[in-house]
Design a protein around this ligand. Structure first.
Ligand SMILES: [Zn+2]
Ligand SMILES: [Zn+2]
Length: 217
């Protein structure tokens, strides 16, 4: 229910309206202190870090906890688990629903990025793009499921600047335990080659933390 909690929805709206102008301001201020070459490198690295973080969060909630876990169960674990059984539901969500919650967390951080844009433009630009990538993760994931897509979205997907439907379909295929990154998908081949998530799970098993993922449907 999109408007079931009006106070929370108000926070989502305010944070979304604040985040994007602040992002532009922070990125522009940091950009002033860098050469074009360095700025492009920072953008690419920021986009990759954002993709990696999307994979970490997705893997965490697909693999551990449950819908009954206090605080995070309903708001974080449930959407990820339900998405596996109903992939198209994500396409019915509005923009604020997709980005609002992340904007609430990202807005204070983008203010910090803006504050040190002059002193440390590399770190400021990097963190600004990681935050933008995190805020847009749900949108990029949604585009990979959407049948009707605008020319802009199709072009971005063709250029592999955002997640493509073909690439993301690998996550929705058996054994449903790979290709967790859902922003651009750039990090997936690297992480798969490193056997990153299975190794991390093995490491956690050694300290007594066992996966609690749902049975594949
Ligand atoms: Zn998943
Ligand atoms: Zn998906």
């Amino acid at each position: 229910m999109e408007h079931a909690r009006p106070i929370h929805h108000g926070f989502e709206l305010a944070a979304t309206w604040l985040f994007f102008p602040l992002f532009l301001l922070a990125a522009y201020s940091a950009f002033q202190g860098l050469s074009l070459f360095l700025a492009i490198i920072v953008l690419v690295v920021g986009w990759m870090v954002g993709d990696f973080l999307s994979g970490m969060v997705h893997w965490l909630f697909d693999t551990y906890f449950s819908e009954k876990t206090p605080i995070i169960g309903q708001s974080f674990v449930r959407p990820f688990r339900e998405h596996h059984s109903d992939q198209n539901e994500i396409c019915s969500h509005g923009f604020i629903t997709m980005v609002g919650n992340t904007c609430i967390a990202a807005t204070p951080l983008i203010i910090i990025s803006l504050l040190y844009a002059d002193d440390n433009p590399v770190l400021s630009l990097l963190s600004s793009f990681v935050l933008l990538s995190s805020v847009l993760t749900n949108m990029m994931h949604r585009f990979a499921h959407q049948a009707k897509r605008s020319v802009v979205v199709r072009s971005l997907q063709k250029l592999h600047l955002i997640l493509t439907p073909e690439h993301h379909s690998k996550h929705h295929s058996r054994p449903y335990t790979s290709h967790y990154c859902i922003t651009t998908g750039w990090m997936n081949p690297i992480l798969e080659r490193l056997d990153f998530f299975p190794r991390l799970e093995q490491l956690l098993i050694h300290i007594g933390i066992h996966p609690t993922r749902d049975d594949p449907k």
